[in-house]
Design a protein around this ligand. Structure first.
Ligand SMILES: [Mn+2]
Length: 316
């Protein structure tokens, strides 16, 4: 009996898809393996600090690079995969056949599938090839317009919302096992998914009306001050509700943190700002098209000041 610990990006469709693909491949080599999925979340500092990398074999997909010698498989596509940045040299030096990094890939699922096909001759069954194609669309938000992105008209887009919303490790492990064996249509209909998915979809409809009322148009920017509003970030729905906007700025507060998020409308006007750099100037970070600033819990006035300053920069 071999135990594989399979670390993956939690609360993420691509993370779960990548885990299912790797698990399916791994079973072709070790049919007796017990595969234990372990979800990971990004955080400041060492994201693996609380992770016990103690399987007989250990793999990590759709998540940052881990230099631990017991982590024998790694696949990722995040430009920010190396924390600290010096770890990139560590990865480059090992030239490991069991690892692949493709920062231009739309999904990690694609990296897993292509790498295992090229190096190990693995051909995924049709339902897993379809899963890879959907991960490419979902993780890169490769939709023709915001309305399509938000319509949730396919099992994959509904399951992406579900996996991002349920905070339940055994349920996510069940999801990964189901992705390994069943087509997305069947999982989308399964009662154990629908038990949470149906209320989530109902709530989304209500949240959508709240975001429509809460969005404050400031030129090309829409500001969502969501402190105390009982609603989360609008995400792509903001661009469906406010298609003329170029950027969104969102202010959210939980007990542990105050967060300012900044995003560019991929179906809107040309981007003239590097949002990660803009957030970095306020102590945050991110990428060109999306960034954020995290402040301590309770720092609502400071967060509001940062959001106001960012709106001013984007409308200047
Ligand atoms: Mn991904």
């Amino acid at each position: 009996m071999t135990t594989l610990k399979l670390f993956f990006h939690d609360a993420c469709f691509d993370g779960a898809a990548s885990a299912a693909l790797f698990a399916a491949f791994y079973r072709t080599r070790r049919p007796d393996a017990t595969i234990v999925p372990v979800g990971l979340h990004h955080k400041l500092g060492d994201a693996f600090a609380d992770a016990a990398i103690d399987g007989d074999d250990n793999a990590c997909v759709d998540f940052r690079y881990c230099p631990h010698p017991a982590m024998r498989w790694w696949f990722d596509h995040h430009a920010t995969a190396f924390h600290p940045a010096e770890l990139a040299a560590h990865f480059e030096a090992r030239r490991d056949q069991q690892m692949a990094f493709e920062p231009t890939a739309p999904s990690c699922a694609g990296v897993v599938t292509r790498t295992l096909a090229a190096r190990y001759g693995w051909t995924p069954p049709p339902h897993l090839a379809e899963l890879t194609a959907w991960a490419d669309i979902v993780d890169a938000a490769a939709y023709p317009d915001a309305a399509t992105a938000c319509a949730l008209g396919s099992p994959a887009t509904r399951l992406a919302v579900w996996v991002a919303s349920v905070r339940n490790p055994p349920l996510i492990a069940r999801f990964i096992a189901a992705l390994e064996r069943e087509p997305l249509e069947a999982i989308d209909r399964a009662p154990w998914v629908r038990a949470d998915l149906d209320p989530i979809l109902t709530r989304r409809a209500g949240d959508r009306e709240r975001w429509r009322k809460l969005g404050q148009v400031r030129g090309e920017v829409v500001l969502f001050d969501l402190v105390g509003r009982g609603v989360g970030s609008p995400g792509l729905t903001a661009y469906d509700l406010f298609p003329a906007c170029t950027y969104t700025v969102t202010l959210l507060a939980s007990d542990s943190a105050v967060k300012v998020g900044v995003g560019w409308n991929p179906w809107g006007g040309a981007r003239r700002h590097d949002l990660g750099q803009l957030c970095a100037s306020h102590g945050g970070g991110g990428h060109a098209v999306v960034g954020g600033v995290t402040l301590p819990g309770g720092a609502i006035d400071a967060g509001r000041a940062v959001a106001t300053a960012i709106v001013a920069s984007l409308t200047a």
